[in-house]
Ligand binder design. Structure first.
Ligand SMILES: Nc1ncnc2c1ncn2[C@@H]1O[C@H](COP(=O)(O)OP(=O)(O)OP(=O)(O)O)[C@@H](O)[C@H]1O
Ligand SMILES: [Mg+2]
Length: 378
């Protein structure tokens, strides 16, 4: 039975609210006059919904909502106010309030908000109980452009989905993401849209922003317009990744050719960073510097591994030399093949388009390496 805690210094508000909410079937109402008492009650009584009344200071209500997650409590906070501006509502959502309801004579809206908050809490609990452990996360990384990150991420995602792992590809090349083109997907909903309803999201709602590929792979696409990337901040990306990690087994992340906060929030959550290098001096130097930087930032030695792309080129460096000069194991050597640009142009990943080719086999082997890591982890 959902438990609701009513908080307000005004006894009349409390009794009216109790009368309204008490009549909702299956809701158990408790009350207290101050936020200090409420602080103690959320820990002791673990209510599902806390309703903060209009006589409480608005700023203190938001501070209260902000404290809730840190106290191991799952309560959703509904703030009732006499009048609220849109800015005030936005600020409240940002700080973790579930809903802000104006009290303009009718209690119906308050009752509806409480009912909705209670069922959102129940959904989240059911989800937490039902979902498998956190997904394994693989970030495809290189600070150099054009080395094949997107080709590798897309083919990896498709291969993993094809062998039956529930896989989400996240296109974190926020300004110039290519996953939609490479997989021939219509970007009807992207990470930009997900961020627009950020404060209401949970793992299940976030699913609605994923685009499904015929292989079974689900993709969180990059914004359509480069300028929309701005609102997709690193901390939001982190939260989205944490939510996605609860609804699938593997997350593959494609990144932009940079070492910014967004990329770091992906690396932070990664089980393995697949550093892509091609066999030219500039790419190898770049990879070495990036791996050193990861180490300086405190990422453990075993985090990164190397994917050598276009690794068969005779005119470029010797693989053995490269192996010696880079402090990470090589987990894949992907040959250069004209089938790749052809498959990119057709929007059909080469592992599906030409599965018997050497390049597809190398990409499938990389997927096996990833799948092995996923399985040995759980
Ligand atoms: N193994 C390969 N053989 C032939 N062509 C390849 C191979 N891998 C990648 N390419 C080609 O290289 C180009 C760049 O690949 P991709 O877009 O995946 O690189 P990227 O690292 O994601 O680049 P950016 O940093 O600009 O996003 C593409 O046109 C692709 O077709
Ligand atoms: Mg790319």
């Amino acid at each position: 039975m959902p438990r609701v805690l009513l908080v307000d210094g005004d006894a009349r508000f409390r009794s009216q609210a109790r009368a309204t909410l008490g009549s909702i079937e299956g809701i158990d109402v408790d009350e207290t006059a101050t936020l200090d008492d409420a602080d103690a009650s959320v820990v002791a009584a673990a209510p599902d919904v806390v309703v903060l009344g209009p006589s409480l200071d608005y700023g203190s209500c938001l501070a209260f909502a902000e404290r809730i997650p840190g106290r191991g409590c799952l309560a959703r906070v509904v703030v009732v106010q006499n009048a609220v501006t849109l800015d005030a509502v936005r600020e409240a959502m940002r700080r973790g309030v579930h809903d802000v309801v104006p009290l303009d004579g009718s209690w119906a809206e308050v009752a509806a908000a409480v009912r909705e908050a209670a069922s959102a809490g129940r959904r989240a609990e059911e989800q937490a109980a039902a979902v498998p452990p956190r997904a394994a996360v693989f970030t495809v990384f290189s600070t150099k452009g054009g080395v094949g990150k997107s080709v590798i991420a897309c083919n990896l995602g498709v291969s993993l989905a094809s062998i039956g792992l529930s896989t989400i590809l996240v296109d974190l090349d926020l300004m110039f993401g290519d996953a939609a083109i490479m997989l021939d997907l219509k970007p009807e909903r992207t990470v930009y849209d997900a961020v627009q309803s950020f404060d209401r999201l949970d793992g299940e709602l976030l699913r609605a922003y994923l685009t499904k590929h015929s292989s079974g792979l689900e993709v969180l696409l990059a914004p359509v317009r480069p300028e929309d990337a701005e609102v997709v901040t690193a901390s939001r990306v982190g939260t989205l990744l944490d939510m996605l990690a609860r609804i699938c087994e593997v997350i593959v992340i494609d990144t932009a050719a940079s070492f910014d906060d967004v990329v770091l929030s992906a690396i932070d959550r990664s089980d393995e960073v697949l550093a892509v290098a091609t066999l030219d001096v500039a790419s190898i130097k770049n990879t070495r510097v990036s791996l050193q930087k990861l180490a300086q930032l405190g990422y453990g030695g075993g985090l990164a591994s190397l994917v050598l792309n276009r690794a068969d080129s005779k005119v470029w460096l010797d693989v053995g030399e490269v192996e010696k000069s880079l402090p990470a194991p090589i987990v894949a050597r992907i040959p250069s093949d004209r089938l790749v640009p052809r498959s990119v142009n057709r929007g059909a990943p080469v592992v599906l388009d030409a599965p018997r080719s050497a390049v597809a086999r190398a990409l499938t082997d990389l997927a096996k390496h990833v799948a092995d890591r996923v399985r040995t982890r759980s």
